[in-house]
Design a protein around this ligand. Structure first.
Ligand SMILES: [Zn+2]
Length: 64
């Protein structure tokens, strides 16, 4: 399985967050959901995980 990443800079956010989370897809999504709720002020709605899945990119070589 290839590693994936979410780069907060690639998604609209009001908090100026520059975090990148990389790992296996489900690991990234687990962390990203917690992060989005804790730091980006997202409501913990059931669609959040699928929205974040749509923002996944292949991990950059430096992070793989
Ligand atoms: Zn962030």
């Amino acid at each position: 399985m290839s590693r994936k990443m979410i780069d907060c800079r690639a998604v609209p956010n009001e908090v100026g967050c520059t975090l990148t989370i990389a790992g296996e897809e489900e690991e990234v999504l687990d962390a990203a959901v917690d992060h989005a709720i804790a730091k980006h002020g997202h409501a913990p709605d059931p669609d959040l995980r699928e929205q974040l899945r749509g923002a996944l990119q292949d991990a950059e070589v430096a992070l793989a």
